[in-house]
Design a protein around this ligand. Structure first.
Ligand SMILES: [Zn+2]
Length: 255
């Protein structure tokens, strides 16, 4: 089995179109239909999910993901976590608690918001086991091991986590990268990076800032994600150099 990374969702917090059918500057194009940001890593036999968006059930079904071994979280915001409840069938299927990984702050927030997933409540058994990560951590199943590095990024008023595995880095929510974290971003095959919109935003990179970062760290390929309703797929394709790709739901690559 080839190792495969899939963008399950590349939309901003409301996706596109919004629930009101507002679609801003987006033209009619299936690649402009964007669910909320999250991603999937298939590494050998290991199936690892990054974040549980509110769209997670349809994202799993659409991408035919039938197994789940672990979930890693970038941060605690609702657009990255509120699908957590949908994971229950994997607890039944695995006959084991689903291991969940995140920074100390993220794990603490998850336990507070979704206590029922981690502790018995109202007669329901907990389905997840929380793990606080340091800079390096491993996800294991039998003889398979995926080694990851976690690094800190600034996401407005909070710290979020970026992840590096093999030569792929994923940073879905970020407006600033601390100096220390830059070390993780050189010599990449793929950088998946937050690129919310045209104008500046207090907690996300905008288009110019995302491109500036790409210029500095020079990955072989960059993929722009967390796209808002002013960044049309065809428009982005037209203005971007060929090594920078606007994400769309279901975009995948082997690594
Ligand atoms: Zn966020």
């Amino acid at each position: 089995m080839k190792n495969k990374f899939t963008i399950l969702g590349c939309g901003s917090s409301l996706g596109s179109p919004w629930i009101t059918n507002y679609q801003g500057e987006l033209k009619k194009n299936s690649k402009n239909i964007r669910t909320r940001c999250c991603a999937h890593i298939q590494y050998k036999n290991l199936s690892v999910l990054i974040d549980t968006s509110p769209d997670i059930k349809s994202q799993f079904l659409k991408n035919k993901i039938r197994s789940l071994d672990a979930i890693i979280y970038t941060h605690e915001h609702a657009d990255q976590t509120s699908g957590i409840f949908e994971m229950r069938p994997f607890f039944w299927k695995n006959k084991n608690k689903i291991p969940v990984y995140g920074s100390r702050r993220t794990v603490k927030a998850l336990i507070k918001k979704y206590t029922f997933c981690f502790f018995p409540k109202h007669g329901y058994v907990p389905i997840m086991k929380p793990n606080v990560i340091k800079n390096n951590f491993k996800i294991k199943k039998k003889n398979q091991t995926l080694s990851l590095k976690a690094f800190n990024v600034i996401h407005g008023m909070i710290n979020a986590t970026g992840f590096l595995f093999e030569k792929v880095a994923y940073i879905s929510d970020c407006n600033k990268i601390p100096k220390k974290s830059f070390d993780y971003l050189y010599n990449l095959e793929y950088l998946i990076i937050d690129c919310l919109r045209k104008n500046k935003h207090p907690s996300h990179f905008n288009y110019d800032e995302a491109l500036e970062l790409i210029k500095i760290v020079k990955p072989k390929k960059a993929i722009l994600t967390n796209l808002h309703t002013d960044l049309d797929y065809v428009y982005l394709k037209k203005i971007l150099p060929s090594n920078i790709i606007p994400a769309y739901d279901g975009l995948s690559f082997n690594f």
